[in-house]
Design a protein around this ligand. Structure first.
Ligand SMILES: *Cc1c(COP(=O)(O)O)cnc(C)c1O
Length: 474
């Protein structure tokens, strides 16, 4: 690695990325390539001798970018956003630059200590109870994904209860969550060895706006106890993946506590809004929780975990080749014992730089502004009698659909599916869908940092235009 060479190429790469952002609106938001397109364009095997940097850049522009769906486009409204920011970008660059593998404190003291500090900063920004801080029984850790966070929490909870009731009881352990909970929980149950017949997926409906009802949880727990099973884990969600529904934490937490369940709160998407005082009440009841995870803007992959001892007891390993004085004397945190992989990146640099270069007030302003744009879109939908809102909007996600003509739900589902395909194939915007109460619903999630009001208006115009054409053709 030659420093001067790095300087030259890295500058070119930064120029390339800056130009990419400048021209991002000229690309179709949703990539329009066909499956297998790249195999036709690239050679069968790796080059024996080095290609030039310029040739690689040309190929990125001509062959790779056409196969990219532009998550950073201001016209991107699908799934949930994945934000990038200049501060985050710089932090990522620095993290790649120092490229440490910080599994134990000694492998890079700053990587461990900065992570502990910024996790506490974030916990305080969210006004989480003191128990979640590293100075209490808790402390946060940055996992690779929300799915990993949920898995390690489930493993910690499982092993904690098994230490009490005996290993053989695993076939009697019962997990509870709602039909709106992210699919990562089902995967975690599979990996965690929970018996499939002991997974209770509790039904929700429009009467609670797809939130988990405490009564149905209580009922399920009582039935399971009567059958000799051991209820041990509940996952509630703040901002479900389908419709951004909010489960009632306080009531669910009380039921968990009185029945000895581990209570986890998944706030992957909506957790970041709770840095704003006007949204913080959605987290009321988190003081009943044993663990909590979020992704700051679904990008900074920032997860918390409370009650660190259960986690460490589940995941700690002590191979001889990693022995060192600081670890032996229990003077330090070794994050390898808080996660599945051994190796870990210096991700806290990214979060630290974001928090410092923007400050909490600007981050709050950013969240408010996205929510405001979603409200604008919602108002537009409400004004057009051909459309309806399909779930209460709380954050920056609007669920809506074309009203089925002649109350024909089947035709309604078909029409809305066609409308989605029609707008996405223009390349002018990208939205996604879900199904709620057997109805095909369109999702409009505002969150890309470059999105302005004009993009929301343009998206709505395109939706109206395509809807008119579809309705006319009936
Ligand atoms: C996106 C999402 C996840 C999964 O995120 P990954 O990091 O991709 O695993 C989990 N829970 C909720 C509520 C989500 O919205």
């Amino acid at each position: 690695m030659d420093s001067e060479e790095l300087r030259e190429y890295a500058h070119k790469m930064v120029d390339f990325i800056a130009d990419y952002y400048k021209g991002i609106e000229t690309f179709p938001v949703l990539s329009q390539v066909q499956p297998g397109y790249l195999r036709e364009l690239l050679p069968d095997s790796a080059p024996a001798r080095p290609d030039s940097f310029q040739d690689v850049l040309d190929d990125i522009r001509d062959k790779i970018i056409p196969g990219v769906t532009h998550w950073q486009s201001p016209d991107y409204f699908a799934y949930y956003p994945s934000n990038s920011s200049i501060a985050g970008f710089l932090g990522e660059m620095l993290s790649a630059g120092v490229n440490v593998v910080g599994f134990s404190w000694i492998t890079s003291p700053a990587a461990t200590e900065l992570e502990t500090i910024v996790m506490d900063w974030l916990a305080k920004a969210l006004k989480l109870p003191d128990a979640f801080l590293s100075t209490g029984h808790g402390g946060g850790v940055i996992q690779g994904t929300a799915s990993e966070a949920v898995l390690v929490v489930l493993l910690a909870a499982r092993d904690k209860i098994l230490r009490k009731v005996g290993k053989d009881a695993i076939r009697r352990l019962v997990v509870y969550f709602s039909d709106q909970t992210h699919a990562s929980l089902q995967k975690a149950c599979k990996i965690g060895g929970i018996y499939p017949e002991n997974i209770r997926i509790l039904k929700t409906d429009s009467s609670t706006d797809y939130a988990l009802s405490p009564e149905s949880l209580s009922k399920a727990i009582s039935q399971d106890i009567t059958s000799g099973l051991i209820p041990f884990f509940l996952c509630a969600t703040i901002g479900t993946t389908s419709s951004a529904a909010v489960d009632p934490l306080l009531a669910l937490g009380k039921i968990s506590k009185s029945n000895g369940l581990w209570f986890h709160v998944d706030a992957a998407y909506a957790g970041s809004t709770c840095i704003c005082p006007e949204f913080r009440h959605y987290l009321d009841g988190v003081e009943e929780a044993d663990s909590f995870n979020m992704m700051l803007h679904k990008f900074f992959l920032t997860n918390f975990d409370c009650e660190r001892n259960a986690l460490i007891q589940s995941l700690s390993t002590k191979p001889v080749y990693l022995e060192n004085k600081a670890s032996e004397e229990n003077m330090v945190v070794d994050y390898k014992d808080w996660q599945i992989p051994l190796g870990r990146r210096f991700r806290s640099l990214k979060l630290w730089m974001v928090l410092r270069l923007y400050g909490l007030e600007n981050l709050q302003g950013y969240v408010r502004n996205r929510v405001e744009l979603a409200r604008t879109f919602e108002e537009l939908v409400k004004k057009d009698p051909r459309f309806e809102i399909s779930a209460t909007r709380i954050f920056s996600l609007v669920c809506f659909r074309l009203v089925p003509p002649h109350n024909d739900e089947e035709l309604g589902n078909k029409l809305n599916h066609e409308l989605l395909d029609a707008v996405n194939s223009t390349g002018k915007l990208f939205i996604s869908h879900t199904v709620l109460s057997s109805k095909y619903i369109l999702r409009f999630a505002v969150g890309a940092p470059l999105t302005e009001e004009r993009h929301v208006f343009a998206a709505w115009e395109m939706l109206q235009e395509k809807a008119s054409a579809l309705l006319k053709s009936l």
